[in-house]
Structure formats: C-alpha cells, structure tokens
Design a protein around this ligand. Structure first.
Ligand SMILES: [Ca+2]
Ligand SMILES: [Ca+2]
Length: 174
C-alpha cells in the first residue's frame, strides 16, 4: 500500500492521534468518538477500505466488542483534505470478567487511480470487468494477482467487485 492518511485528535489536524480514551464502559453500552483523517500522501482520491481493531487485550474481549465507523465507502479524500471519522465501540451486554481493555485501531486505504485498470482516467465498466474476470482467485492459487484484491484480504470475491462498483463513473482527480 502506497501511503495512507494520518489520524489526528483535533479537527485542525495538529495533534497526531496516539490514543483514544474510551473511559469506563458498562455492559450493553456503546460510545462514539470522533477522530480526524488527513490525506497527506500527496495523492488524490484516497478511500478507506477497512478499519478494524487489532492487538485486543485481553484477547477474550474480542468476542464482546464491535468497532464500527461511519465512513461511507465512496468518500474520497483529496490531497490535504481532512475528514471527520466517527468510531463507535459497542460492548455486549453479556460481557463479564473483564475490568480493563485496550486495542489498536488499524485501517487499510486505497487510491482510485489503482482501480483504473484501463488507464482512461475514469472508473468504468471495463475496470469492473477485469476484477470480475479474476473472481474466486485466491492467494497461492492459479491466476492469482493481488492487483485485483482491492480490500487486501487474500482473495478476489464479491467484496472486491462491490468495492469497485461503488466508484462506477468516478473520474480521477488530476
Ligand atoms: Ca478506467
Ligand atoms: Ca478481496
């Protein structure tokens, strides 16, 4: 992945995000925190592919928590553009035996230019078709080409097709 936006704690993007304080949470509770992303990659048309928790401590906390974001798949960040991102942490009402938790938030990003397989400056049906032609290929298997694994999960399937389809008709920013 060639670059990703940076996360900040403030809307002006002066304080790099190092920690999200979720505070004390009760069973069944959910909390939303706003963070800010700024596209300082030098490239336009950046989009979020995945955002997920990693290094969950204690590991069993994973079964009781859900982390979601309000990022819309077709949102494109231009050079130096800032976007507010709401992260919601929901705790299962059946949680027990966990008094503290921590986790990292990891995200994967893509660039619209990398989806323009036909190099005509737009995402059109030929670009979608080339992903469709690689459907059901997987890492280590025949015809595998990670170029078409748009969400970087080791396989080309309906998720990748849905992802590029979201950008149908979009023009690349010069
Ligand atoms: Ca194209
Ligand atoms: Ca995939």
């Amino acid at each position: 992945m060639a670059g990703a936006p940076n996360f900040y704690a403030d809307a002006a993007c002066t304080i790099p995000l190092s920690n999200i304080d979720w505070g004390t949470m009760d069973p069944g509770e959910s909390k939303t925190k706003t963070v800010y992303v700024k596209n300082e990659t030098g490239k336009p048309d950046c989009f979020l592919v995945n955002i997920y928790p990693l290094n969950i401590v204690p590991p069993e906390f994973a079964q009781y928590m859900t982390l979601t974001s309000d990022w819309l798949m077709f949102t494109l960040l231009q050079r130096n553009q800032i976007h507010a991102l709401n992260l919601t942490l929901a705790i299962s009402s059946s949680i027990h035996g966990i008094t503290s938790f921590s986790f990292d938030v990891t995200s994967d990003w893509g660039f619209l230019a990398d989806l323009d397989f036909g190099h005509d400056g737009k995402i059109l049906i030929d670009d979608i078709a080339v992903v469709a032609q690689h459907m059901w290929t997987h890492e280590g298997g025949p015809r595998w080409d990670p170029t078409y694994d748009l969400n970087q999960d080791g396989k080309v399937d309906i998720t990748d097709l849905a992802l590029i389809s979201k950008f149908y008709g979009k023009k690349l920013t010069p």
